[in-house]
Design a protein around this ligand. Structure first.
Ligand code: UDP
Length: 374
């Protein structure tokens, strides 16, 4: 039986943060394992061989946070390429700003209608305010109801059916609230204080975080296969919590993605880094990666995302599905997890939460603090 001080399962962002802290702050040995053959989990990126363009293997990751603590922490391991994300959606063949904002309004409606809606939105909610689509739908006024129904159908319904397989109202309202209607001319996807992409990529940032010689990384190691062969003092588990407990309370569902990459013999094919397709095609969005790091090439790489359900052994888990029934199952696992000593769950899969990257880091730092202060 192998004995380790700290075992970290999952070499994604959560596991890497906790491993780095344990090694750097507590000066403890850490074994971090991952069943995949690369570090970084779903933030893994690589330079495409043909074009040299940095591609995000598991879909677009644009870092954004308001938490200075998180920004400062990651800034120890990477230089940043400042980047304010801009997303457009193709609606009736017109590219409009997402989040749907006052500019979008004026793009899709005749002037007199757009002005009427604009005035009503500002009067009811105030300028620069964000209104989740499901709230706008119940706002009362006939004109605003019309607008809400329009945006719901044109921006959210088709996209959400493709992405999640269900309508927006059948998911936790926080999901569609991630991209609210924005009563503003601010055309950025996020409004956070810090927005950037690691200048040398996420994989390099991850490698820098794992540099401490107290950390041993073992890839291609599935926890299931080694759990009876390793003894640990503490276990930090960022894999799927249902799998940890052998699906005792049932499997927690996830969405996955089939990502198709295409290289074009053109300098650019899109007007911007990301186009969403709520109405057309079977893919949800296309991302032209050279925009991310401002890379120069006479070719370009674009990814197309085809959402699908997660099937164990067939594809990867990308998104927990925030919905009532799933939360009930998760809570059963969470209660059981609380009865274990020296086992800590974290990350999108460990906590079954639709975390953004900054929330992943923040959560891992908190877990570390809990352990360090104990
Ligand atoms: N969404 C949508 N239409 C859009 C963009 C987003 O319906 O054009 C909804 C959809 O349900 C999506 C959710 O908002 O899954 C969150 O979008 P976000 O861009 O945050 O998703 P992520 O980048 O995490 O996949």
């Amino acid at each position: 039986m192998e004995k380790v001080k700290n075992l970290v399962v999952g070499c994604g962002l959560s596991g890497i943060v906790i491993a780095e802290r344990l090694a750097e702050e507590k000066k403890e040995k850490v074994l971090i394992i991952d069943k995949r053959k690369h570090i970084g989990g779903n933030i893994f990126d690589y330079k495409d061989r043909e074009t040299g363009i940095m591609v995000h293997k598991y879909g677009p990751h644009v870092f954004h946070t308001n938490e200075k603590k998180v920004w400062d922490y990651l800034s120890r391991f990477t230089q940043w390429h400042p980047f304010m994300y801009k997303v457009k959606a193709l609606i009736d063949g017109i590219e409009v700003n997402i989040p749907f904002n006052l500019d979008s309004l004026h793009k899709v409606f005749p002037k007199h209608m757009a002005e009427k809606f604009e005035n009503k939105l500002i009067e009811k909610f105030g300028f620069n305010k964000k209104v989740p689509i499901l709230d706008l739908k119940t706002s009362g006024d006939v004109d605003l109801q019309f607008l809400a129904q329009y945006v719901y159908e044109k921006v959210f319904l088709g996209y959400t059916l493709k992405q999640w397989g269900v309508k927006p109202e059948n998911l936790d309202s926080s999901v569609s609230a991630r991209v609210p209607v924005f009563i503003s001319r601010d055309s950025r996807y996020f409004q956070d204080k810090y927005q950037a992409i690691p200048a040398e990529g996420y994989t390099q940032m991850a490698a820098n975080m794992l540099k401490n010689p107290l950390i041993e990384v073992r890839l291609g190691n599935d926890y299931k296969d080694i759990r009876n062969k390793i003894e640990y003092e503490k276990l930090f588990y960022s894999g799927a919590i249902d799998e940890f407990f052998d699906f005792e309370f049932g499997a927690l569902p996830y969405r996955s993605l089939d990502i198709m990459l295409k290289t074009f013999n053109k300098t650019f094919v899109q007007s911007g880094p990301q186009i969403n397709y709520p109405e057309n095609y079977d893919y949800t969005r296309s991302v032209e990666y050279k925009y991310y790091l401002d890379e120069i090439s006479d070719k370009t790489v674009v990814s197309y995302e085809f959402p699908c359900s997660f099937k164990i052994g067939k594809n990867e888990r990308y998104y927990p599905i925030p919905a009532k029934d799933n939360e009930v199952i998760y809570q059963a696992y969470k209660q059981k997890a609380l009865t274990l000593n020296n086992v800590f769950f974290l990350g999108r899969l460990g906590d079954y939460k639709y975390y953004n990257m900054d929330q992943v880091v923040s959560r891992a730092l908190d877990v570390f603090k809990g352990v360090a202060d104990a």
